[in-house]
Design a protein around this ligand. Sequence first.
Ligand code: TMP
Length: 266
Amino acid sequence: MDFLKPRYMPMNRRRRIYEGKAKILYEGPEPGTLIQHFKDDATAFNAKKHEVVDGKGVLNNRISEYIFQHLNDIGVPTHFIRRLNMREQLIREVEIVPLEVVVRNVAAGSLSTRLGIEEGTQLPRSIIEFYYKNDALNDPMVSEEHITAFGWATPQEIDDIMSLAIRVNDFLSGLFLGVGIRLVDFKMECGRLWENEMVRIVLADEISPDSCRLWDIKSNDKLDKDRFRRDMGGLVEAYSEVARRLGILSESDNPPPTAGPSLVKH
Ligand code: TMP
């Protein structure tokens, strides 16, 4: 396939399609493709808090690549094609469903605040929540009724999104548990991918410590963006630790890479 060849334009001649808080999307080398560029910007509370954290984009690009490639390999459909360089990956162009899909395994963050459940409490089962992607409204939580009534997704698409969310949660929970990390919760986004007159729901955007809560299984240390949200410091160190445990730090990095994820016994 043509788009698999490394034939992308130099950065300054590319057309910028969209710029978000942590990423930029550029026109891709072939129709139906885009280039997803990971910035070093860290934001929280709808960008009221903002900092540039050197190296965050490179780590998220690698961690997200690792996760999306493995999901592709086990037949979970995603927008990911391949990583291009330290900060960029080639993706399929999709129409983003305007929902943030949050899957929770352990109480934390807004669930703990809203319902008064202590952070760290194991939930009776995984819970899926939907938030309407709208910065002006602060991404309000919505129900399936709102989603279908306002046409953000059809009932069939909601079913597909929930099945996808469960598969991604199962995969990620196992992946992280194997390297001594508890997947507390995460946020994912979905897109509509058109292929031969057919449209289907695929996983889009990124999955990284920016969009997950990841706690060390033994110490409960936070290895995610809560370090930034809660002014704890050590963000790059925490993201590097996630990358290191997954065995994906490059050869120039310290400590040296392992052959794969390092299994943690507990
Ligand atoms: P919450 O507890 O603040 O609702 O967050 C739930 C999960 O979603 C957590 O892993 C962080 C992630 N998240 C994002 O990726 N983007 C966001 O804008 C928010 C609010 C949360």
